[in-house]
Design a protein around this ligand. Structure first.
Ligand code: RAM
Length: 348
């Protein structure tokens, strides 16, 4: 009797181990996760990385098994170099904030063919080149908040300019296109004139130079809208140092903008928006893990848990205009003004 029981238990154990061996990716302890940001030297990207790393540590991924890469410049070439090295290292997943919507396609397809799960965050690629996109806030919501801010700060009429990041950045281009569409569709905005979209390439000096050029070119300029944390910080300093009457809004990192936010003539930016970039990095980490574990495949309707994150569990929803592809919306754009900037500046 005893013998038969032992045989049964041993048999069951053997079956179990055979089953485990057949399961792809069953040895989760060996999975490795990479984060590729847009570029080095941008504190926003460092905050994303902070969130990504915090999750990796919290779920017990070993130090060597998560890799954070800030490419040397916000360019496709710099990202391709990094992806090449990640493919040869054989990572399990890459979370990337793309510097171009299309030019990474071949390299991402190569990574996919090597069995790597691709997820985007912050700045997307063509949906067929990734499994899902961690979207900081809906494109429409961001664009609406920015158009309304320009309208409000300009007093409903006059010239405004946009100071963007690189001309290829998917996220900035999506917001700018949506801003133009919103402004064109409603007569309310008809007295606002967009004079130029300038590009500071998410570099401080270039953004500073572009701000100065805008001021020189458009003497009637009322507002600059910079949907980039690098651009807005550079423009804020130029305008405030010059005591310029031109006002600023856009997307800024509270820690970099605290000195410039205020309602009086001494401050260049009455208010601005952002989301929590640390949480965006966390979301990308949890999405990567869920993809590697097979908890989600990237299809619309998939759900996954994300530790103690506020909106966990998250659901993959359809991308507007490309309904068979998914994205994960982190939340809503959040407004920072003189009333709350000091508190948020301590966090990110
Ligand atoms: C810059 C980057 C980033 C963008 C923020 C708002 O740091 O361009 O991609 O999301 O600004």
């Amino acid at each position: 009797m005893k013998k038969r029981l032992i045989c049964l238990v041993l048999g069951a154990l053997m079956l179990l181990s055979m089953f485990a061996a057949c399961q792809p990716g069953i040895d989760k302890s060996q999975a490795s996760y990479a984060l590729v940001t847009k570029s080095a030297g941008n504190p926003y990207n460092e905050k994303e990385a902070e969130g990504f790393e915090a999750v990796m540590k919290a779920v017990g991924v070993k130090a060597g098994n998560y890799i954070i890469r800030h490419p040397e410049a916000p360019t496709v070439d710099a990202q391709i170099k990094v992806i090449d090295s990640l493919i040869s290292q054989g990572v399990s997943a890459i979370a990337i904030a793309a510097n171009d919507a299309n030019a990474l396609s071949a390299k991402l397809q190569e990574a996919k063919a090597a069995g790597i799960k691709i997820v985007t965050l912050d700045s997307d690629v063509a949906p067929a080149d990734r499994l899902t996109f961690c979207n900081q806030a809906g494109v429409q919501q961001v664009a609406q908040a920015l158009v309304d801010a320009v309208y409000d700060i300009a007093g409903g009429e006059g010239e405004y300019a946009i100071l963007s990041a690189t001309s290829q950045a998917t996220n900035q281009n999506a917001w700018i296109d949506a801003m133009k569409a919103i402004a064109a569709a409603d007569a309310k905005y008809s007295k606002l004139t967009l004079v130029e979209v300038a590009y500071g390439d998410d570099e401080n000096q270039k953004s500073t130079d572009q701000t100065q050029a805008l001021l020189a070119k458009y003497p009637n300029l009322k507002v600059i809208c910079a949907p980039t944390t690098v651009g807005i910080a550079a423009a804020a300093k130029v305008l405030q140092d010059k005591k310029s009457p031109v006002k600023l809004t856009g997307l800024g990192l509270p820690s970099e903008m605290a000195a410039y936010i205020g309602d009086d003539a001494d401050h260049s930016c009455p208010y601005m928006f952002l989301w929590n970039p640390i949480d965006l990095g966390k979301l990308a980490a949890y999405a990567s893990i869920a993809l590697v574990n097979g908890d989600i495949t990237g299809k619309v309707g998939d759900t996954f848990t994300a530790g103690d994150m506020e909106n966990s569990p998250y659901t993959l929803t359809a991308v507007a205009g490309a309904e068979s592809y998914s994205e994960i919306i982190l939340g809503q754009p959040f407004k920072f003004d003189s009333g709350n900037i000091a508190e948020w500046a301590k966090i990110y």
